[in-house]
Design a protein around this ligand. Structure first.
Ligand code: AMP
Length: 283
């Protein structure tokens, strides 16, 4: 399907588009992304198209959520390809603001979400979830969307977004969507394209080693032995450092033992210069 997709670059133009849709009583869906789109992103777009009358995709590489300048500088930017993919998928609007449009001179507000943003990625990427919560809140307000779509690949981010939407009474439904994987099991990610060929092969071991750990937990083995074994297996594969390999409650990400259900196994680990994350249900 090919649609006539409108591209807007500032908040006033976005409002113009959205106001008309709202006047027509259309249900609006938003898919926030940082671009370099792949099938994981498109699965969110397709879900939004199935549930909404109009779908906005935002592409904004948000500087305030990067704790590492080189990661920001190296983040892939493929705007023309992205726009073509979105047009092909049938998205109705592409919102692609530049940094000044999102953070004009004098910008001084930051949203901090307690609880779910602490630990895991929050402990290793300082300020990351403040950046995420602030930009997502802005996008939700700017787009006046009814529904917003986020991937479970970024499981902690999804919980942070759910929390901020609930706590600030934002009139939006947050929809979590399953992780989309490559044929060999690796979770799709814009960062995967930075993996050299040999590392790309090693990266595919991550979900398989995690699945072994999930099976062991389901068979009643204690996390005190399963998690260190997973860490060691990752290190022997070539990952390092392994930032965390943890079992958490799926609902609020607090710590739990192997008997709790539903739980989630979450891992972040470096492979060369690329940081990979993944998570699997222990249900
Ligand atoms: P990003 O562009 O990496 O910030 O991701 C934008 C949105 O797409 C986030 O909600 C991600 O969780 C989601 N996403 C990215 N990769 C995947 C994937 N492999 N499967 C499902 N959702 C994904």
């Amino acid at each position: 399907m090919t649609s006539s997709m409108v591209t807007v670059r500032n908040v006033a133009d976005l409002r113009g588009v959205v106001d008309q849709w709202r006047a027509d009583r259309l249900v609006i869906g938003l898919v926030p992304t940082m671009g370099a789109l792949h099938d994981g992103h498109l699965s969110l777009v397709r879900r939004a198209l199935a549930e909404c009358d109009r779908v906005i995709v935002s592409i904004f590489v948000n500087p305030t959520q990067f704790d590492n300048a080189s990661d920001l500088a190296l983040y892939p930017r493929t705007a023309d390809d992205d726009a073509a993919m979105l047009r092909g998928a049938g998205a109705h609007a592409l919102f692609m603001p530049d940094v000044d449009a999102m953070y004009p001179a004098g910008f001084a507000t930051r949203i901090h979400v307690g609880g779910v943003s602490e630990g895991l990625c929050g402990a290793h990427r300082l300020g990351h979830f403040d950046g995420v919560a602030t930009v997502v809140t802005k996008l939700l307000i700017q787009s006046r969307t009814d529904r917003a779509y986020f991937g479970e690949r970024d499981f902690q981010q999804l919980q942070v977004v759910r929390r901020v939407a609930a706590d600030l009474d934002l009139p939006v439904t947050i929809v979590g969507c399953p992780t989309v994987r490559e044929g060999d099991g690796l979770a799709m990610s814009s960062r995967n394209r930075r993996l050299p060929v040999e590392d790309r092969k090693k990266a595919a071991r991550l979900p398989h080693l995690m699945q072994d750990a999930v099976e062991a937990l389901k068979n009643g083995e204690g996390s005190a032995s399963v998690l260190p074994r997973l860490r060691t297996a990752l290190e022997q594969t070539g990952f390092g450092p392994v930032e965390y390999a943890e079992l958490r409650r799926a609902d609020d990400l607090t710590r739990c033992d192997e008997t709790y259900r539903p739980a989630r196994l979450l891992v972040a680990a470096w492979l060369g210069h690329v940081r990979l994350i993944d998570n699997l249900p222990v249900a």
